[in-house]
Ligand binder design. Sequence first.
Ligand SMILES: *Cc1c(COP(=O)(O)O)cnc(C)c1O
Length: 459
Amino acid sequence: MRYVSTRGDAPELGFSDVLLAGLATDGGLYVPERWPLLGPSTAHTYVERAVEVMLPFVEPDLDEITLTRLCTEAYETFRHPAVVPLVQLDHHQWVQELFHGPTLAFKDIALQLVGRMFDYVLGERNQRVTIVGATSGDTGSAAIDGVVGCEHIDIVVLYPLGRTSEVQRRQMTTVDQPNVHTVAVEGTFDDCQDLVKAMFNDGAFRARNQLSAVNSINWARVMAQTVYYVTAAETFADPVTFSVPTGNFGNVLSGWIAREMGAPIHDFIVASNTNDILTRFINDGDMSARDVVPTLSPSMDIQVSSNFERLLFEMNGRDGGMTAEQLGRFRATGRLDIEADQRREYIAGHFRAASFDDDATLSEIGRIHRATGMILDPHTATGTAAAALLTGLDPSDRPVVTLGTAHPAKFPEAVERATDTRPELPAHLADLFDRPERTETVANDLAAVQALVERLTRP
Ligand SMILES: *Cc1c(COP(=O)(O)O)cnc(C)c1O
């Protein structure tokens, strides 16, 4: 498989180069030159289906034996034998629990695999990298856990001192591995992001330390997420509606790709919190960025959904020049407009959307708890709320699967407010508060952070 950039002006690459590159040199995102079709399956397990679904995307760079080994190791870390179990809510609604991985959020599904893929490709090439990232709390731990035991990767995660929850901080700082480094910056999350950007923009520093990233635009993350759409959809006799708690659009995009590959999916519900740019776009055609508002579902507190660019490229008939132009206008004016025929072909009938503020999210957690005894986290609750609102009007009883993106114990305060029950951490994290922490604190100063990164990663 070869990959092309959504902005049409970067070299075509194979899978391994796309994996390591992240962003294309023209600023675009890599997509495969075509969508492969799902073949007949002989799979009995999640891992076996994962290999069948992903093999066409990674060949010839990774062969079937290698992909099988990497998938086996990645999904052995999940604490449920089904990896991504479906739990029934009522006669036509299910939640697919994507949070049984090591850090209790759906990002483990991609990052457990992508860390191992990085390590394999770097080992083949006899290279090393230093992955640098900023986190407001949630993605850092998934990225860290994804590279535990990787010989060719160091990871440095910056987080804002005193501004993450204790669970979030401890999930990062208690990982006792020589290649894992966490740094508390005396500043905000935006300061951390600016420091990471500045390190990448310092060409000499970037080359000397072989900086790399595993952010949500990385193609391999999107690819790994297509698998659970396929396995869930194949469970049902009728085509499925998926309701997806959405931030960067990566998760929904994976579902759209699964459907292009032939998975029996009817349509998608995009669920948002108060940061509702996608809901406004889907319902009213208004894609205009506003300021980010903090909510109870922080992993969805995003206004510009970077992975949307990959759908836009499809909507433009895979014309990279047109896509680049449209995105340039969006950056300049803060507004993105699409044509009426693009709306008809790609949005209407394929995507529905709804958004919920914190109060509505809390009452949804309470409603589901009273009805089923099940405790949802605030992200997942926006998904079930959207499913209830929008599919309550469906004349059919089509199966609806809401993606459960986080374990409720990651957000104990919100859950307790909604249900009067404090969710327990699962057994493998039960002693999280007793484990020793290892972290560094540094001033919000580029030179100081760069010196620290070099000291931490150079033996
Ligand atoms: C990252 C995340 C999301 C949003 O996923 P996108 O791919 O950015 O749309 C939703 N819920 C949780 C818990 C997350 O960690």
